[in-house]
Design a protein around this ligand. Structure first.
Ligand code: SF4
Ligand code: SF4
Length: 268
């Protein structure tokens, strides 16, 4: 039996990815078990989901503690979440990261494949929803599931244009994922304290941050009202962002009527 653990953030589609992968493997005659784990329903909060793949009926019912494979949907998550905890020696990590595996700050007796799933998702979907790109990367790096089965399952999940956009993300990541590299000689980056789900400092959740053009701000307060983290205040009729409280969801930019807020990618 092969066990897989997916790490992501609320809104990136980790639970959906596990469900699609389980269905695709089922098409290939495998027994599968998809286990979503719902924590706080808070966009941007760390989430996990699990998958078991077997050649015969699976009787285990607990969570996956010692995965063979870990999939990481967010490029910054590994800085604050111990994504390699319990990963078996020689295990595979498939990670959303825009640089080669030996620069990801992950070390240990593992193999690491990387793909810029955020960039691919932005190209294909126009949003940083990385789940389908990571499924393409998983298929290539693990060799456990065919691209064809994933494509078929994806189109059943999202018929029409949305399905086509997700297919593009899937196929592009399949082509671009790096071959797994041995990271046993790499010194793992020191981690920041583990994330507290209810912490006020959510800056480490962010891949994009809002940039304010004060000259275009007319003080309408829409961003202040809609920000789910209360990260925006109004000072002398202009909006101000408290970046330690900003998780980078982009709602302020979508709501701003004058285009005063643009979302820019943080440097990894
Ligand atoms: S991106 Fe905007 S709306 Fe989202 S948390 Fe940051 S300031 Fe608030
Ligand atoms: S929504 Fe835009 S214009 Fe309105 S206060 Fe916020 S930044 Fe200013």
């Amino acid at each position: 039996m092969i066990e897989v653990r997916f790490h992501g953030r609320g809104g990136q589609g980790a639970v959906t990815a596990v469900r699609i992968l389980a269905s695709a493997l089922y098409l290939e005659g495998k027994y599968t078990q998809a286990i979503p784990m719902y924590g706080t329903e808070r966009r941007g909060a760390p989430v996990v989901a699990f998958l078991r793949i077997g050649e015969s009926r699976i009787n285990e019912r607990d969570l996956v503690h010692n995965p063979d494979i870990v999939v990481v949907l967010d490029p910054l998550l590994s800085r604050t979440v111990p994504v390699t905890d319990g990963l078996k020696e020689g295990g595979l990590i498939v990670m959303n990261f825009p640089k080669p595996g030996n620069e990801a700050g992950i070390g240990g007796r593992f193999r690491l494949a990387t793909v810029d799933a955020t960039g691919i998702a932005l190209e294909a979907l126009g949003r940083p929803i990385t789940n389908t790109a990571m499924l393409g990367a998983f298929a290539k790096a693990s060799g456990l599931v065919s691209l064809e089965s994933l494509e078929k399952t994806l189109l059943e999940q999202w018929p029409g244009r949305l399905g086509e956009m997700n297919l593009r993300a899937l196929r592009t990541a399949y082509e671009r994922v790096t071959p797994p590299v041995d990271v046993s000689g790499i010194q793992a980056l020191g981690k920041r304290p583990q994330e507290e789900i209810f912490s006020r400092d959510v800056s480490s959740w962010r891949i994009f941050k809002p940039q304010l053009d004060e000259g275009r701000c007319v003080g309408c307060r829409r961003c202040y009202i809609y920000c789910p983290e209360v990260a925006i205040s109004m000072t002398q009729g202009k909006a101000r962002v408290d970046y330690s409280s900003c998780k980078g969801c982009g709602i302020c930019g979508e709501e701003c009527p004058t285009g005063a807020i643009s979302m820019i990618q943080e440097v990894l």
